[in-house]
Design a binder for this molecule. Structure first.
Ligand SMILES: Nc1ncnc2c1ncn2[C@@H]1O[C@H](COP(=O)(O)OP(=O)(O)O)[C@@H](O)[C@H]1O
Ligand SMILES: [Mg+2]
Length: 478
């Protein structure tokens, strides 16, 4: 240890002694915050050890819930005070700074007084709002044990410099402080506001403010999906069935983390299938990653593990891979994703569900890093039987011309499922326009309506055809 360090240490010790003397000699000048703490703990806080933790910003509502839950246990109570500082600080003082501040003291911002606690509202699922303590001191009572907790904004200098929430705990016995922290952490895990929800985490450009959004995924059932025979079973085997047999598989030493990629042309039902899978696994937490949320990849994967069983959903993963212009071939963002997938503990029940319209873009990256995606399943354009079934599905409330459908089915070789849905809709519109005002019963769609609708959809040239999902060469269209 250098002389300088010794000097600093000695100064620190004598300064602490000085503070203590000040407090002893002129108790009337003890800062109100220090008195509030001392009276609760029954001892001079300067002699105690502070235990602290920081939480990521998305845990603000979880910490609030944990504190509320902690205090709800029998024999426990909680009293909150805010702090009124002489001047606003971007960084709030730590607890030890707060407690060693004499009037006009260390922070240079004038004395810190007790005042109203600061709360900020967080919007949770179904637009419920939770007011969360953002700056405040708490007196905790647990039977005979007394502790002080201090909630404030910490700053963590991790991968992205992000505002976080800091919690410091002070008790006569340091083990009591640790127990309070451990209890709160367990509650954050167990009573997490995101558990079982569909959420996405994004960071705004300004001040790196983290936003967690709750999404509502439309319910899709098996009957809403038309795929080649056996394909949906195959998708289910790697997703819902895996989840159903989780315990058995885990006990049999099988790892639970898995990656499933659905690929195929646009409008063939990848997103629809994803929605179906989400509907089928309502207890899993779903973390949606999109282009803008990709900076939160690490945080999202961490949350996925904490909240397992969970699903990390990345739709149109090729777009993410291409979202920032990078030199051909190398794809740092995609590789980062694959690394995160790889980094997760094998035993974590986390399903990565990816979709893409452009498999070729991913092929190289995936084959150079095997094991990240366990299965890739092609969702193809509908064959003849599927096209017939799709027209029937989307026309189930219509009166369709039975025999004339054969021609339409034949002439729509190469179109997507989404195309057929639009075709039926356009034909229904034509039918409705020709009806008499007093028409009743099912809307009758004629062969001419379907024919007109098909011509309509094909009339816009190549680009229009591509948009509506038509893959067939022009001269094949009858
Ligand atoms: N296999 C399918 N079965 C039934 N409807 C489908 C199918 N594929 C697409 N559709 C219809 O087209 C819409 C768009 O399909 P989507 O699943 O979003 O396509 P993508 O494969 O590009 O994700 C769906 O919401 C649905 O109405
Ligand atoms: Mg899609």
């Amino acid at each position: 240890m250098s002389d300088d360090d010794e000097g600093v240490k000695a100064f620190g010790a004598s300064f602490q002694g000085f503070l203590r003397n000040m407090a002893n000699q002129s108790p009337t000048e003890e800062p109100p915050v220090v008195r509030w703490v001392r009276e609760h703990l029954g001892v001079d806080p300067a002699e105690l050890v502070v235990v602290s933790a920081t939480f990521p910003p998305h845990d603000v509502p979880n910490l609030q819930r944990a504190l509320d839950g902690w205090a709800d246990e029998p024999g426990r109570s909680l009293e909150v005070r805010g702090l009124r500082q002489g001047q606003a600080h971007f960084h709030s003082p730590s607890l030890s700074q707060l407690l060693s501040t004499q009037a006009g003291g260390l922070m240079g911002g004038g004395p810190t007084e007790l005042g109203p606690a600061s709360y900020e509202d967080r919007v949770l699922q179904d637009d419920t709002v939770l007011s969360c303590l953002s700056l405040g001191l708490l007196r905790l009572v647990d039977g005979d044990v007394r502790a002080i907790a201090y909630v404030h904004k910490g700053i963590s200098f991790g991968d992205a410099e992000q505002a976080s929430v800091a919690l410091e705990v002070l008790a006569v016995d340091v083990d009591a402080s640790r127990a309070v922290l451990a209890d709160l952490r367990a509650r954050i895990r167990r009573d997490n506001v995101y558990r079982g929800q569909v959420i996405s985490i994004s960071t705004s450009e300004h001040f790196g403010k983290v936003k967690v959004e709750f999404h509502r995924v439309p319910k899709v059932s098996r009957g809403d999906i038309v795929l080649p025979v056996g394909l949906l079973d195959r998708i289910e085997r790697h997703t819902t069935a895996f989840a159903r047999h989780r315990e058995r598989l885990r006990a049999a030493g099988q790892h639970l983390k898995r990656g499933v990629l659905l690929h195929g042309p646009p409008g063939t039902g990848k997103t629809l299938s994803v929605r179906y899978l989400v509907s089928e696994m309502p207890d899993r937490t779903v973390l949606v990653l999109s282009g803008s949320g990709l900076s939160n990849l690490a945080a999202t994967c961490q949350l996925a593990r904490l909240l397992a069983p969970s699903t990390v959903l990345i739709e149109d993963v090729d777009l993410i891979a291409k979202s920032r212009e990078v030199n051909e071939g190398a794809n740092p963002i995609l590789f980062e994703l694959l690394n995160q997938m790889d980094g997760l503990d094998q035993d974590a029940d986390v399903l990565f569900l990816l979709t893409t319209n452009r498999f070729q873009v991913l092929e190289e990256a995936l084959s150079s890093r095997p094991g990240r995606v366990d299965v890739s399943i092609e969702v193809p354009l509908p064959d003849e039987a599927a096209r017939r079934a799709l027209i029937a599905l989307y026309g189930r409330e219509l009166d369709l011309p039975g025999a004339a459908l054969d021609g339409i089915v034949r002439r729509t070789e190469g179109v997507s499922a989404a195309f057929l849905r639009e075709l039926v809709r356009k034909a229904a519109l034509r039918a409705a326009e020709q009806e008499t005002p007093d028409a009743q019963g099912r809307l009758a769609v004629s062969a001419q309506d379907l024919d007109g609708a098909l011509r309509d959809m094909l009339s816009g040239g190549k680009v229009a055809r591509a948009i509506v999902g038509f893959r067939q060469a022009e001269d094949e269209v009858g």
